[in-house]
Structure formats: structure tokens, C-alpha cells
Unconditional design. Structure first.
Length: 222
């Protein structure tokens, strides 16, 4: 499944939330790749934009193209190693905000489903109990509503693991795909939003130099 049309937003070109000589915290807009794609027309990305200004900056983690929110990048190799270790050891804390279709029945819950790449339909992921990797998401419903006759749930998502498309697939499997999700939602739910309504709102890490707890938060725009 190829990236058919790529028109990344440019205003602002780079949205910096925090910067020092060790790390950079940014708000990635929906529609911008985290890292360059394989084809020339898909090179524009958050990483490329940052490295144009700071060539030694390194990518630590990613967000899906259509997901907005907080990304932290390193400013040098020592910081990159420190941050990579935190993410590998799941020593960070984060949560996302999403608007899902329908009214999720339980106020709180967990989704524990193993995921694997749906290879013939990549980049889509799918549940596979035989070969999938363990994937766990906690959720909390913040609000339930109805717009133009369509029920929705505003939900806080806490991914314990970091599998590709984890939050999108988990909500789909719960029976409540995210509004605007062109990969996993049916057409009527895609049409209810002009973008994927998923935003990485909060990220907590230890600073690579001082080891002080750093908390970055950016309210979502939906």
C-alpha cells in the first residue's frame, strides 16, 4: 500500500516546544513523515527539517505520518544513546488523545493483542496470536458525544509497548476505530474527520545530561 499523495504542512515549518544543547522537543503536525520515505517525493520529514538546521540531531522515536504530537530528538550521539536506552527499556511515560467512533462501553480498560505486519497490505498491521508481538494499551474514556448523528468517544491512550500502528489497530479491534483513519476505519468513519484524530499529547523522559525528569505536553487541536 503506497503513499499515494504527500502534501506535508509547512506552517510552521518546525514547531519547537523545548531546546537545549542536548535535546529538542517538537510538535509534529499531522501529515508530516517523522523520517524520510524511500522515494524522493517523500523525503520531506521532521527529521530532515531538523537536520537542515542541526546536522547532528538524531531521531529517537517516531509517530505515524497522520498522527500529530510530541517527538523528542537528540542533539548529539551521547544524548541519542541515552534516550534510545530509555525508550528500549520502556522507561518513558506518555499518553495520546484520540477520538474514536461510537460510545466505548467501559470507562477504563486494557487492550492486550499481539500484532504483526500484514505483509501483503503493508504498512498495515494485524492481530496474530501465533506470531504477533505482545502489545498492550491502557485506555480511559474522557468524554462521549454525538455529532451530526454520529456517536464518538474521546479517549486517553497509554501504550505500554510501542508497536507500529498499535493504538489504531487496538481501537479498531475494540470495535471503535479512530475517526479519519484511512487505513483501518470504514469509509463512513473516515469521512467524519479531515485527518486522523490521534495526538501524542504528553511525554516524560529523563534528561540525558542532568537525568532530571522532563515533561513535555502539547494540547491536541481537535
Amino acid at each position: 500500500m503506497a503513499l499515494l499523495e504527500y502534501n506535508p504542512p509547512t506552517d510552521p515549518y518546525i514547531d519547537i516546544l523545548y531546546q537545549d544543547e542536548h535535546i529538542l522537543a517538537l510538535n509534529k503536525p499531522s501529515g508530516l513523515l517523522s523520517v524520510p520515505g524511500r522515494h524522493k517525493e517523500h523525503f520531506d520529514s521532521l527529521m530532515l527539517r531538523v537536520q537542515t538546521v542541526w546536522p547532528n540531531a538524531g531521531i529517537v522515536h517516531r509517530l505515524d505520518m497522520m498522527t500529530s504530537g510530541i517527538i523528542v530528538m537528540s542533539m548529539h550521539k551521547e544524548a541519542l544513546r541515552f534516550l534510545n536506552r530509555q525508550f528500549a527499556e520502556r522507561a518513558t511515560n506518555k499518553f495520546y488523545i484520540a477520538v474514536a467512533s461510537g460510545h466505548i462501553e467501559q470507562d477504563k480498560g486494557s487492550i492486550d493483542l499481539p500484532l504483526i505486519c500484514d505483509w501483503p497490505n503493508r504498512p498495515k498491521q494485524m492481530v496474530c496470536y501465533e506470531n504477533g508481538k505482545q502489545s498492550l494499551t491502557h485506555y480511559e474514556v474522557l468524554e462521549r458525544g454525538n455529532t451530526d448523528g454520529n456517536d464518538w468517544s474521546r479517549v486517553k491512550l497509554i501504550p505500554i509497548t510501542g508497536r507500529s500502528h498499535q493504538l489504531r489497530v487496538h481501537l479498531k479491534e475494540l470495535g471503535h476505530p479512530i475517526l479519519g483513519d484511512r487505513l483501518y476505519a470504514p469509509e463512513d468513519i473516515i469521512k467524519q474527520a479531515d485527518r486522523l484524530l490521534l495526538h501524542a499529547q504528553r511525554l516524560e523522559i529523563k534528561h540525558p545530561d542532568t537525568e532530571e525528569l522532563m515533561v513535555f505536553e502539547k494540547e491536541c487541536g481537535f
